[in-house]
Design a protein around this ligand. Structure first.
Ligand SMILES: CC(=O)[C@@H](O)[C@H](O)COP(=O)(O)O
Ligand SMILES: NCC(=O)COP(=O)(O)O
Length: 255
């Protein structure tokens, strides 16, 4: 359980390093080297989303990153995916710290919605139970709807990951404030249900401070697209430090 002073962990999603790597048969940019440099710079975890079509992260990346992270016991490995597709074999094989269940179709452009209860409960419960029996924490990718959180807990989840694209897409200060209130209410409902709170999708170093400051109990943010884009300009190490500064600014502003 996080306290007011608990620090929000940064988990770097390296999907987009793999996307660039896959455009040639040269093995560069290296996904494992990107993860190593981010960990050395202070990232608290690595996230991947090995999609069935292997458009970016490939099965081989999963095992290579698992091997790397064995040398980083303080860092967490978070594997995302749809447990009714290819995710569960990776979870059984490498037993990451966390499995994040995402309801994506195989050909989905990107993740754009969370699970829906009670409709999804029946097929998720046994898969959640299997992960937990393997010692793997389960986080469910969810829209910020307070009324959905108790059902996510009842399905056996440990945490929810709040889908943050609607927050990131806010075009005005008023819209951002409205969104912050939505996410704060959803996070509080998750906490009240006994769930941990993660968040991700389209977060960046500019929208991160307000989110960290206002969303209660935020344990982890997983960030990829914007962070890797920044790393193309700043390098991995300086980028991770910049995102840690954004998190620190949000922590300092917590009431
Ligand atoms: C679940 C989520 O929002 C992201 O973690 C996801 O990994 C994005 O997938 P792409 O990198 O394929 O857009
Ligand atoms: N779960 C969110 C994630 O891992 C990365 O999302 P994005 O920062 O690439 O949008």
């Amino acid at each position: 359980m996080t306290t007011k002073s608990s620090r929000t962990a940064l988990s770097v999603n390296v999907n987009k390093v793999a996307l660039v790597r896959n455009t040639r048969h040269l093995g560069i940019p290296s996904v494992t080297r990107a993860a190593l440099l981010c960990l050395e710079a202070g990232a608290q975890g690595i996230t991947i989303h090995p999609r069935p079509d292997e458009r970016h992260v490939r099965g081989s990346d999963v095992y290579e990153l698992a091997a790397l992270l064995k040398d980083w016991p303080a860092a967490e490995f978070n594997i995302e995916g749809n447990p009714t597709q290819n995710l569960m074999q990776f979870i059984r094989d490498v037993r990451p710290h966390q499995a994040t269940f995402v309801p994506d179709s195989e050909d989905q452009f990107t993740s754009d919605h969370g699970w829906t209860f009670p409709q999804d409960a029946g097929r998720l419960q046994p898969l959640i139970a299997e992960c937990r029996a393997l010692g793997v924490r389960v986080s469910l990718f969810m829209d910020p709807i307070p009324g959905q959180m108790a059902a996510a807990k009842a399905a056996g989840a440990d945490r929810v990951e709040l889908y943050t694209e609607p927050y990131a897409a806010a075009a005005t200060a008023e819209e951002r404030e409205q969104q912050l209130q939505v996410y704060a209410a959803a996070a509080q409902a998750a906490l009240d249900a006994g769930l941990g709170v993660n968040a991700g999708h389209d977060l960046n170093r500019d929208n991160l401070p307000d989110f960290v400051a206002r969303v209660p109990g935020l344990q982890e943010v997983s960030i990829g697209h914007a962070l890797i884009a920044d790393a193309l300009e700043l390098g991995y190490a300086e980028t991770v430090r910049a995102y840690q500064r954004s998190i620190d600014a949000g922590m300092a502003a917590r009431k």
